[in-house]
Design a protein around this ligand. Structure first.
Ligand SMILES: Nc1ncnc2c1ncn2[C@@H]1O[C@H](COP(=O)(O)OP(=O)(O)OP(=O)(O)O)[C@@H](O)[C@H]1O
Length: 340
C-alpha cells in the first residue's frame, strides 16, 4: 500500500451501519435541512449545529485534506472563499466539511432565481394586532388597536449576527442584485437590511462570520454574471475531480460493493469523463455503483458484464441528453459501449 492509502481516513460511519442507525441519521439530516429551508421562508432559525452540517460519510484522503487546509487557511485569513468546479466533483461536500470543522453554527443558502435581497436579509412578515385597554375613570374605558410590525430575519442576517459559517451553494444562480448587501458585509463588516426601519437597520458583522460560496464553473459564466466588485472580495479555489484512489474511497463510503466492482465503476467513470462531451461527475460513479449493487451482471469469470455496465451508465447519464433529438440516447449508449 502506498502512503496515500495508509493516510486515508473516513469520517463518519460507513454504509454498513445498521438500518436503524441509517434511518436515524437520515431523519436527523432531513430535519436539519428542513430547519434551514424553513428558516429562509418563515423566520425560524436557519442555524444548524456544526456536527449536523458534516456530510454523513466524508472521506478524507490527501487530496481532500489539501483542499480542506487551503480553504480553512483562507477562512482564517478572514477571506470569503469561492469554490469553483465542475458538476458533482465534491464542492458542496467539501464546503460543508470545512464549515463543520470550524465548530461555529452553519447557515446554508441555496442559490436560485427566486433569491432576492429579502430572501437573504429578511422581510416584514405582516402586522401583529392587539388591543390596549385603558381604564380611565371607573366605568369608562378606552380601547386602542395597536398594530406592531413584525420583522423576520433571513439566513444572511442570522449568520452575520451569530458568527456562523455561511455556505452559499450555487450562488451564481441568484440574481446579482440580491448580492449588493454582501459588498458591505465583506468590505465594512456591516449588513444593511434595506427595507427595515429604525435604528437596527444595520447589523455589525460578528468577527467569527465566514462565507464559503460554491458555483459550477460551466454554468458560472452563463447563469448570472455577478458584479466584479463582489468577485474581487473572494478568493477562488478551483476544485476538480479527485484522483482515482479518492474517487474509489468516495464510492466505497457510499455503496457496499466488492473492491473490484468499485474499481470497475470508477475506471469506467473516468474513461467516460474523458471521452464524452457531457459532464460525468463523482455523483454519476456513486449512482452507477448503486445500480451495480442491485443488478447482478457478473459473468462466469466474476467480472461485470460489459453490457450490464453499459446499460447502467446509459441510464445514469441519460438525463443529461434527454430533450435532445430522439437518437441522442442511442448515441450515448454506443459511445459508452465503445469506451467500456
Ligand atoms: N470527500 C467526500 N467524501 C464522501 N463523499 C463525497 C466526498 N466528496 C464528494 N462526495 C460525494 O460525491 C457526490 C458529489 O459531491 P457534491 O454534491 O459535493 O458535488 P458538487 O460539486 O457540489 O456538485 P454540484 O455541482 O452538482 O452541486 C455527492 O454524493 C457527495 O456526497
Amino acid at each position: 500500500m502506498g502512503d496515500a492509502s495508509r493516510k486515508r481516513k473516513v469520517r463518519g460511519r460507513k454504509i454498513r451501519a445498521s438500518r436503524e442507525q441509517k434511518a436515524g441519521r437520515r431523519a436527523k439530516k432531513e430535519l436539519a435541512r428542513k430547519a434551514s429551508n424553513a428558516g429562509e421562508r418563515t423566520g425560524d432559525s436557519p442555524l444548524s449545529d456544526p456536527e449536523g452540517a458534516r456530510p454523513e460519510t466524508f472521506v478524507e484522503t490527501d487530496a481532500v485534506e489539501t483542499l480542506q487546509e487551503r480553504i480553512t487557511g483562507w477562512l482564517e485569513a478572514d477571506q470569503p472563499v469561492h469554490l469553483l468546479g465542475p458538476t458533482g466533483c465534491g464542492k458542496t461536500a467539501l464546503a460543508l466539511s470545512v464549515a463543520a470543522e470550524r465548530g461555529r453554527p452553519v447557515v446554508w443558502i441555496n442559490g436560485d432565481d427566486a433569491v432576492d435581497t429579502a430572501a437573504l436579509v429578511g422581510d416584514h412578515a405582516g402586522g401583529e394586532r392587539y388591543m390596549e385597554d385603558d381604564q380611565f375613570i371607573g366605568g369608562v374605558s378606552k380601547q386602542t388597536e395597536i398594530v406592531r410590525e413584525r420583522w423576520v430575519d433571513n439566513p444572511l442576517s442570522v449568520a452575520v449576527r451569530e458568527g456562523a459559517t455561511l455556505v452559499y451553494n450555487e450562488f451564481s444562480r441568484s440574481d446579482p442584485d440580491a448580492h449588493n448587501v454582501l459588498l458591505s458585509v465583506f468590505e465594512e463588516g456591516v449588513l444593511e437590511r434595506p427595507s427595515k426601519r429604525g435604528e437596527d437597520r444595520t447589523i455589525d458583522v460578528h468577527p467569527e462570520f465566514r462565507a464559503i460560496l460554491t458555483s459550477n464553473d460551466t454554468e458560472y459564466a452563463g447563469v448570472h454574471e455577478q458584479q466584479d466588485a463582489l468577485l474581487d472580495r473572494f478568493v477562488g479555489v478551483h476544485v476538480d475531480y479527485y484522483d482515482a484512489e479518492t474517487e474509489r474511497e468516495i464510492v466505497r463510503a457510499h455503496v457496499d460493493l466488492p473492491d473490484d466492482d468499485i474499481a470497475t465503476v470508477v475506471e469506467t467513470t473516468r474513461a467516460l469523463r474523458d471521452d464524452l462531451e457531457i459532464v460525468v461527475g463523482t455523483r454519476a460513479a456513486i449512482t452507477a455503483a448503486k445500480g451495480l449493487a442491485v443488478f447482478d451482471g457478473h459473468d462466469d469469470a466474476g467480472e461485470f458484464a460489459d453490457e450490464t455496465l453499459a446499460t447502467i451508465f446509459t441510464d445514469v447519464l441519460a438525463p443529461k441528453v434527454a430533450g435532445e433529438d430522439g437518437g441522442a440516447i442511442d448515441d450515448l449508449r454506443s459511445q459508452i459501449t465503445e469506451a467500456i
